[in-house]
Ligand binder design. Structure first.
Ligand SMILES: [Zn+2]
Length: 481
C-alpha cells in the first residue's frame, strides 16, 4: 500500500483497437501507418446520405473478449450516438453503446507479483468507433488532421473500482493484455495506440467504505506510466486532504517529462453527450446458440494454459508462469516437448539462457531465429556430455547470431568436450607443474586446492574439459604425488 493513512480506490478503462481487416462501419482498410487520409470514405467521414453497415468480424471479436472475461452477453445489441464536437471527429458524433452495452458483469482473476490471485470485476465491455488523429507540426501555427483512424473498431473494457494499488493496476493491465494476445484480437501495442488506458482514482481514509471524489487520469502511454501516474495522484490527493482542501472531480493529463498530472477540464457528465439511439443502424440479436458457439470456439486462455503446463508437464507454477507470459514462447516450448519429451529441462533452458539472450538483445522471441529442432539438439548435446553446460550456453549465443545448427557449430569450432584420459592427463601434468603451491596445499589436507586445480584444467582446455572426469583424474594423480 502506497499510503497507510489513505486507501486508494482505482477503476480502469481500457480501449482496445481490434485488428480487423476493415473499419467498424465501412469497407475502408483498418491499418496503422498508411499515408494520411487514404483509408477514408463517405461513411467514416460522415458525409450526408452515407449509411453505416456493421462489420460482423467486429461484433464477433468483441463478443469473444467479453466471453473470455466471463461477462454476460446481451442478446439485443443496439448502438447509440455520443455527440460532441472535436476537430478529429468528422461526424460530430461517435457511434458507441450507452445504456445497453454488449456485455456486463464479468471478471478477470489477476496475479499480483505473479503469485497472490485477486478477482477484478468487469463492469462492462462495449463497442465503439475511434476518432481520427490531430497532428500539431512543430513550428507551424496550424494543426492537421488524419481521418484514417476515424471509424476503426474500439472495445472499451471498464472495471469496477476493485483495484487498490498501482501494483494491482499494473498486474491487471498485464494480465488483460496477455489474454487479448491469446485471443489474437489486437496488436496491443501501447506505442501505436492500439491499447490505451484511462484511470479513475480516488482516495479515502483507511477503513472508510464511502468512495472519495475521483479524478480521471489520461495520456499514459505505457503500463509503467499508468503506475507512475497513479502513484503521483495518490500523493497529490493525500496532500490536498491533509491541507483541508476539497478534491475536485476533473480530468487530469499525465505529463511524462515532468512526471506530474495536470488538470485538463472538469469532467463531463453523461448528459453532456446527449446520447440517443443510432437511427442509421438497426438493432442486432444474438441467439443462445450464437453465444454458445462463440464460447465453445474460444482458444485456451493464459491461466488455463498455466494449469495444463503444471499438471501435464510437471512444471512449477513459477516456471509455467514465465512460459505462458509470452504466447510465442509457450508455443515454442510445446513444440520442443513434442520433439524431446523432457519438459523440465526444456523449460529450464528457455527461462534461463534463451530469455537471457532475448533480454540482452532486447529482442522479441520471434526475432531470435531459434527453431525447436535446434534447441532440443543443443540440449541433447549437453545431456549426453558432448559439450559442457557452459559451452552449451555459448553455442546457443552463436546459434542465435548465425541461425545455424548446434552440431555444425560444435564441429566447425571443435567445441566437443574432452573426456579422454590421454588428452586430459596431458593438461593435468601441465597444471601440476605450474601450481606447486596448490599441490602442496592439497597434500596438507586443503580440499579447496583441488577445486582450484580443476578450474585451472578447465581454463587450459578452453572450457572443453569434462569437469567430472577431470576432477577424478586429478584426484587420482595427486594421490600418487
Ligand atoms: Zn470508410
Amino acid at each position: 500500500m502506497t499510503n497507510i493513512k489513505y486507501e486508494p480506490v482505482i477503476g480502469l478503462e481500457v480501449h482496445v483497437q481490434l485488428k480487423t481487416k476493415t473499419k467498424a462501419f465501412c469497407g475502408c482498410a483498418n491499418e496503422f501507418g498508411s499515408k494520411e487520409n487514404t483509408n477514408i470514405c463517405p461513411v467514416c467521414l460522415g458525409l450526408p446520405g452515407s449509411l453505416p453497415v456493421l462489420n460482423a468480424q467486429v461484433l464477433v471479436g468483441a463478443a469473444r473478449v467479453a466471453l473470455a472475461l466471463d461477462c454476460t452477453i446481451r442478446h439485443f445489441i443496439k448502438f447509440d450516438r455520443k455527440n460532441y464536437f472535436y476537430p478529429d471527429l468528422p461526424k460530430n458524433f461517435q457511434i458507441s453503446q450507452f445504456d445497453m452495452p454488449l456485455s456486463e458483469n464479468g471478471h478477470l482473476d489477476i496475479k499480483v507479483d505473479g503469485i497472490s490471485p485477486k478477482r477484478i470485476r468487469i463492469k462492462r465491455v462495449h463497442l465503439e468507433e475511434d476518432a481520427g488523429k490531430l497532428m500539431h507540426p512543430e513550428g507551424s501555427i496550424s494543426s492537421l488532421v488524419d481521418f484514417n483512424r476515424a471509424g476503426t473498431p474500439l472495445l472499451e473494457i471498464v472495471t469496477e473500482p476493485d483495484i487498490y494499488s498501482p501494483e494491482e493496476a499494473y498486474a491487471y493491465l498485464s494480465d488483460l493484455k496477455l489474454m487479448l494476445q491469446y485471443l489474437d484480437i489486437s496488436d496491443c501495442d501501447m506505442e501505436k495506440g492500439s491499447l490505451r488506458c484511462d484511470a479513475n482514482i480516488s482516495i479515502r481514509p483507511a477503513g472508510e467504505t464511502k468512495l472519495g471524489t475521483k479524478a480521471e487520469l489520461k495520456n499514459m502511454n505505457s503500463f509503467k506510466a499508468v503506475k507512475a501516474a497513479l502513484e503521483y495522484e495518490i500523493k497529490r490527493q493525500a496532500q490536498s486532504l491533509d491541507a483541508g482542501e476539497r478534491i475536485v472531480q476533473e480530468t487530469r493529463l499525465w505529463d511524462e517529462k515532468k512526471e506530474v498530472t495536470l488538470p485538463m477540464r472538469s469532467k463531463e457528465e453523461a448528459h453532456d453527450y446527449r446520447y440517443f439511439p443510432e437511427p442509421d443502424l438497426p438493432p442486432f440479436t444474438f441467439t443462445d446458440a450464437d453465444i454458445e458457439g462463440m464460447r465453445n470456439s474460444l482458444p485456451e486462455l493464459p491461466q488455463q494454459r498455466l494449469r495444463r503446463f503444471v499438471e501435464n508437464f510437471g512444471l512449477g507454477e513459477k516456471d509455467a508462469a514465465v512460459l505462458i507470459a509470452d504466447k510465442e514462447l509457450a508455443d515454442f516450448f510445446e513444440a520442443c516437448v513434442e520433439i524431446y519429451n523432457e519438459p523440465k529441462k526444456i523449460s529450464n533452458w528457455i527461462s534461463g539462457p534463451v530469455l537471457f539472450n532475448m533480454n540482452s538483445r532486447n529482442s522479441s522471441f520471434g526475432a531470435l531465429r531459434l527453431t525447436p529442432g535446434h534447441l532440443t539438439d543443443l540440449i541433447c548435446l549437453v545431456e549426453d556430455g558432448t559439450v559442457s553446460n557452459l559451452v552449451g550456453k555459448d553455442i546457443l549465443a552463436q546459434m542465435l547470431a548465425a541461425g545455424s545448427a548446434p552440431k555444425d557449430i560444435v564441429r566447425e569450432k571443435n567445441l566437443a568436450q574432452v573426456s579422454g584420459a590421454d588428452e586430459l592427463n596431458e593438461i593435468i601434468e601441465e597444471v601440476i607443474a605450474a601450481n606447486k603451491k596448490s599441490v602442496d596445499d592439497y597434500a596438507c589436507g586443503k580440499e579447496n586446492a583441488l577445486m582450484f586445480l580443476v578450474g585451472q584444467v578447465m581454463k587450459r582446455s578452453g572450457g572443453k574439459a569434462n569437469p567430472k572426469v577431470a576432477r577424478s583424474l586429478l584426484a587420482e594423480r595427486l594421490k600418487r604425488t
